[in-house]
Design a protein around this ligand. Structure first.
Ligand code: FES
Length: 151
């Protein structure tokens, strides 16, 4: 991720959100991805797609695309950076607090939470789709519930 060490913490977070929203990381499409998922926040009309590729039980690549507000795109950038190279189990255990704290959004108003967590919701659904192919014992089901209950 980029460095912002000369600013105060509030300013750092503000700068990060603006910067990531203008120059998102991992924005685009993965040709031949293993799984893709789309979701939106119907009230504001923002919508995202996320593609994932896996290799040896790890996320070898992840990209997202679509439109969203600054918080939504910044959180998607941060989330995809966190996820890249991680094991499926580590990705599975990512919680909303892990994303919110990266951008100082722990006290975000309830109405904006959906902006910050849309990409995490998509990631959890995508992982569910991927794991459900091989985990036929139903052990992937909790991911779907987790994704649905994020906000
Ligand atoms: Fe729609 Fe933020 S206003 S995702």
């Amino acid at each position: 991720m980029r460095g912002y060490s000369k600013l105060s913490s509030n300013n750092i977070y503000h700068e990060m959100i603006i910067d990531y929203s203008r120059n998102p990381l991992n924005f685009g499409e993965i040709e031949g991805c293993d799984v893709t998922h789309h979701d939106s926040n119907p009230l504001c009309g923002d919508s995202l797609d996320m593609d994932l590729k896996f290799e040896d039980g790890r996320v070898s690549d992840v990209k997202f695309r679509g439109k969203g507000c600054a918080i939504c795109i910044a959180c998607s950038s941060v989330l995809t950076e966190i996820v890249k190279g991680k094991s499926v189990e580590d990705v599975r255990s990512i919680q909303k607090g892990d994303i919110l704290s990266e951008l100082g959004l722990e006290h975000l108003q309830a109405v904006r939470i959906k902006c910050a967590l849309l990409s995490l919701k998509i990631l959890k659904f995508a992982l569910y789709k991927h794991l459900a192919k091989t985990h036929t014992d139903g052990s992937a089901e909790s991911l779907k519930e987790e994704a649905s209950g994020l906000y």
